[in-house]
Design a binder for this molecule. Structure first.
Ligand code: AMP
Ligand code: ZN
Length: 402
């Protein structure tokens, strides 16, 4: 009898000595100031009971896949390899594209170690209800539980999926989980960051935060779970007249290009680099053009071998491309975009977190998204992978153990 009692006591101690459950929630394109619109009572509850940062600074380029990969690896895109949503590898002659599920699952593109890999190496089970890179085609690089991306899967089912995983027996239950929602990006791009439709999306995602908290309370895990709400980038207003037509500037020059939009990767024909560069440089208005070797260090953007010889960055609110891309852009008539410099406040996103590991009712300034990976390592008390760009000492003060 006493033996059984001690066994039960010991197993409880083991359970309680484990790190809390931690859910990383991404609201795509949720700009840092959307919480000031009076539409987010649930996120406010998280802030009041936890930590709220003034903003979360993304990495350059402020696009979805590069930033989600930086959040989950703690590395800059030039180091983790996902340098854009679309890019080309001249060695293998393959193009990475987020709409191409075969390439998105190709493990070779992902040079960094995602937190779920670090966690699982340390015996912590991970699960992902969507996150860029979570579906890779090598089992040991994926979270134990994952889902193939389905843009149209109703949001409540994503939360229900997390809850099902959290109801698994202890030995199979994940401790680290991710989930992703696109609405603020989709509505922000189609209708603009100041539209009623965007406000609807903000309120919708806040409702998902509330639904998740209610469901966690139902299974008695709300007090033992960290919730970390983050964003990959912000959003700014655009208009169809703010467009630089590169084809008109380049005339007869033939170039290969990727990402005609807020930044362009441009590959001139052999022997034509200086001519193409000079044409773009002498017309430099509403954009900046660099040779790969001259891109300023603060972008942390160009040391990857995957970069083209020229890179063009548009000014906030501007787009660039050829005549075909311009026509497509005008037909779409988008009202918002991202992809601009990560120093621009409009590109900054949301960071609010609460749970047993976090300080309570604590406000702080801007945090960097590359520091979230080491923050997760701090929470789970496991070593960070060597060679990351993020730094735990820049963010750990938001945890209550410091
Ligand atoms: P963008 O705004 O162009 O940077 O990309 C946003 C889009 O990325 C969203 O509309 C999603 O459809 C897409 N997306 C987000 N996560 C994934 C994923 N795991 N797999 C494929 N596409 C995704
Ligand atoms: Zn995004």
């Amino acid at each position: 009898m006493t033996k059984i009692f001690y066994f039960l006591l010991l197993s409880q101690a083991i359970i309680f000595s484990q790190a809390p459950y931690t859910i990383l929630i991404s609201f795509d394109g949720f700009r840092h100031d959307y919480m000031n619109r009076g539409l987010t009572p649930n996120l406010q509850k998280v802030a009041d009971n936890g930590v709220k940062a003034l903003s979360l600074m993304p990495v350059y380029p402020t696009k979805t896949f590069p930033n989600h990969t930086s959040i989950i690896t703690g590395m800059y895109p030039e180091n983790h390899g996902i340098i854009a949503n679309t890019f080309y590898d001249p060695v293998t002659n393959k193009t990475y594209k987020i709409s191409d599920s075969i390439q998105v699952r190709e493990s070779r593109w992902y040079k960094g170690e995602a937190f779920w890999e670090t966690a699982q190496r340390n015996g912590i089970i991970a699960a992902s209800f969507f996150w860029p890179g979570s579906e890779v085609n090598l089992e040991y690089r994926r979270p134990r539980y994952f889902k193939d991306y389905d843009h149209y899967l109703p949001y409540k089912l994503r939360v229900d999926g997390l809850i099902e995983w959290l109801k698994l027996p202890q030995k199979d239950r994940p401790r680290f989980l991710t989930v992703y929602f696109d609405a603020t990006d989709t509505y922000g791009q189609n209708f603009g960051p100041n539209s009623d439709s965007l406000n609807y999306a903000v309120n919708l995602l806040d409702g998902m935060a509330g639904y998740l908290m209610d469901k966690l309370a139902e299974i008695n895990l709300i007090d033992s779970t960290n919730l970390i709400f983050v964003t990959d980038h912000g959003m700014t207003e655009i208009s169809s007249d703010k467009y630089v037509n590169i084809e008109e500037i380049l005339g007869d020059e033939k170039v290969a290009y990727w990402n005609w939009s807020t930044f362009c990767l441009i590959q001139p024909e052999k022997g034509r680099l200086d001519e193409v560069y000079n044409k773009l440089k002498s017309n430099e208005k509403h954009y900046k053009v660099y040779k790969k070797s001259e891109v300023p260090d603060f972008y942390h953007f160009s040391s990857s071998p995957l970069f083209s010889d020229l890179i063009l960055f548009t000014d906030l609110g501007w787009e660039a491309g050829d005549t075909k891309a311009q026509k497509r852009f005008q037909e779409w008539n988008a009202k918002g975009n991202h992809g601009y410099e990560n120093g621009e406040l409009d590109m900054h996103g949301l960071f609010v977190a609460m749970g047993p590991s976090f300080r309570k009712n604590y406000k702080t300034g801007t945090l960097r998204n590359i520091d979230i990976y080491p923050l997760l390592c701090e929470i789970f008390d496991i070593p960070v992978r060597n060679g990351i760009d993020g730094k735990g000492e820049r963010i750990r003060f938001i945890l209550n153990k410091y």
